[in-house]
Design a protein around this ligand. Structure first.
Ligand code: F6R
Length: 366
């Protein structure tokens, strides 16, 4: 049942305010504005951890990459992260008192499961953020942390991703508290910001007809680049993955600062460059990379907030405005424009959005 939407993917994009709220409700106390961990072992493991190893595949890996920024910045917890198909064969060096975190919608991804088993065999405390509670990964992890996305039918992951972020953010706050790096006032501020995310996404989705129009423009391109910096760099990777898997347009995500080290050679007026740049501490840096692109004739679609769009100048080809919010939650908010843009590009191209060629929902082979 697509609840009146053309595709499951559209339905699942629109479900995000609700399922994010459900997931946050599990991990946050809305009155105290604090994180509640229902697992006593967890705070202890995070407090004592020498290092956190994170692994996953595809979109879940990009959620993990956002998590790396959060765990390092908030909790000063060193993070090692790799895609599961690499980590498991790499003979990674696991520390004593190590914690390992796996992220999976299905809980059945073969490489992620194998990476989890490897970490367990090396004495790591294993945590899994999983959407299917009765799945193998949820059962085998020492501690399973649920997401409440509900069944995800569209092959391209959308609501599972933002729910993974909605579990990771409280976990990073909890780690920060357990490690003595967060006072109550900061915890309250970050929890308030998280609890506001669903409302901001509802607000953003009101401009869908504009995104539909832009998706039609993106659909004309053969290649598209996505740029982001800091905690929004993984969003550039996720944006590119979404676009390629459902519209079959070649897309690449780059750290904005890497442009001048190679990919800028690709820029001409035929390659749209989607820049993800909220008006945060790194905005100026990303905008200077964006200006380098525009100076070479590149057509920029800037995804930012009101202040960011106002400061960007008139040379920008198109803008997408995301509600202003605490920079902490920008990965949650900026996921939605990249999903909707990919969705409408695919709709404009007439591809099979929910069942893209060559892809399966659950990858249980290695
Ligand atoms: C992309 C997508 C895939 C999955 C990946 C991991 O839209 O859906 O990249 O994220 O196959 O799947 P799970 O999360 O089930 O382990």
């Amino acid at each position: 049942d697509k609840a009146g939407h053309r595709h499951y993917m559209a339905k699942e994009i629109h479900e995000q305010p609700e399922v994010i709220a459900h997931t946050l409700a599990h991990y946050l106390d809305p009155d105290a504005r604090t994180v509640r961990l229902n697992e006593p072992r967890l705070a202890k493991a995070l407090a004592e951890a020498m290092r956190l190893t994170i692994s996953a595949c595809g979109t879940a890996y990009y959620a993990g990459l956002v998590g790396k920024y959060w765990f390092e910045q908030l909790a000063r917890l060193p993070v090692e992260i790799d895609v599961a198909s690499e980590l498991r064969y790499r003979q990674p060096v696991y520390p004593e008192n190590g914690v390992a975190l796996y992220i999976s919608q299905s809980g059945e991804t073969a490489d992620t499961l194998a990476a989890l088993r490897d970490a367990k065999a090396h004495g790591q405390v294993t945590i899994a953020i999983v959407n299917v509670p009765e799945s193998t990964i949820a059962r085998e992890a020492d501690i399973a942390l649920p997401t409440f996305a509900g069944p995800e039918i569209g092959v391209a992951s959308t609501k599972a991703f933002t729910c993974q972020l909605s579990a990771l953010a409280p976990l990073a706050i909890a780690a920060a508290r357990a490690r003595g790096h967060m006072d109550l006032a900061t915890e309250n501020k970050l929890c308030s910001a998280l609890l506001g995310a669903p409302r901001h996404i509802v607000e953003f989705l009101k401009q869908e007809s504009r995104i539909e129009h832009l998706g039609g423009e993106v659909a004309k391109a053969r290649d598209v680049l996505y740029l982001g910096r800091g905690v929004n760099y993984p969003l550039a990777l996720e944006g590119a993955l979404k676009l390629k898997e459902i519209s079959y347009i070649h897309a690449e995500g780059y750290a904005a600062g890497e442009m001048k080290h190679g990919p800028i050679a690709l820029i001409d007026e035929k390659v749209p460059v989607i820049v993800i740049a909220p008006h945060d501490a790194l905005y100026e840096k990303t905008v200077s990379n964006m200006q380098e692109v525009m100076a070479r004739g590149g057509k920029v679609i800037l995804i930012s907030d009101k202040a960011g769009i106002a400061a960007a100048g008139a040379q920008v080809w198109q803008t997408v405005e995301v509600p202003e919010a605490d920079p902490f939650i920008s990965p949650l908010l900026y996921a939605v424009p990249v999903q909707t843009l990919a969705y409408y590009a695919a709709v404009a191209k007439g591809t099979d959005v929910d069942q893209p060629r060559n892809l399966a929902k659950s990858v249980t082979v290695e």
